[in-house]
Design a protein around this ligand. Sequence first.
Ligand code: IPE
Ligand code: IPE
Ligand code: MG
Length: 236
Amino acid sequence: MDYTDLKLPRHVAIIVDGNGRWAKERGMSRLKGHDAGFENLKTLSKYILSKGVAYLSLYVFSTENFKRDAKEVGHLMDLFVLMYKKELNYFAENNIKVVFSGRDEPLPKRVMEARDELAAKTAHNTGGVLNFCLNYGGRAEIVDAVKKIVRAGINVEDLSEAEFAKYLYQDLPDVDLMIRTSGELRLSNFLLWQNSYAEFYFPKTKFPDFHAEDFDQAVLEYTKRDRRFGAIKDSE
Ligand code: IPE
Ligand code: IPE
Ligand code: MG
């Protein structure tokens, strides 16, 4: 789709969901669903950033996802390492800055190494930011921010929303468009602070089947929304 004349969301956030059900529908193991989801993740994120979205946040693993069985968690961790290593050149060549949001513990060392290398190699890029929310929890992020603020000895009187936001994992603008695939209608602890005024879009499509055309539909829907931020427009 041609995006030239559209008012683009500056920050898009996606809850990557439905990989397991996608596989089950096809008589395959959940792990195969993650493989398909990851293939799609690469293609889709490239498409979105190539269209001029400045910030893309992807929820790929929540703090709660460690409750899944060890085999599934291990497989997902392998996929992260694979993706971060394989895509390093792509992100570097396309001037994309890759950042991560989430806690270290209990991520395996191999994941943290691949993560840190990718972030370091792309740190100075200026052509769009890709924020992987990995071992991420929205409440954990807020608690971690409070800890940093207390440790820094910030005077309570100096604390404002803008000041607080500086202590979140990454310096990102608010989310404009939040998409969750697979028909689930919840946030599952995703970007609680940043999603405060986001427009929500909940396609039924499971993530491995959510492609460029489906993203185009989400953007078209977004352009029709009336974003008021609490105010009444003069014309009303
Ligand atoms: C999302 O797909 C992927 C991750 C959590 C990493 P799910 O694994 O949650 O798939 P469903 O929701 O069980 O179908
Ligand atoms: C949320 O999806 C986390 C990610 C997509 C990474 P889940 O599939 O884990 O969420 P719930 O359990 O359905 O809320
Ligand atoms: Mg799910």
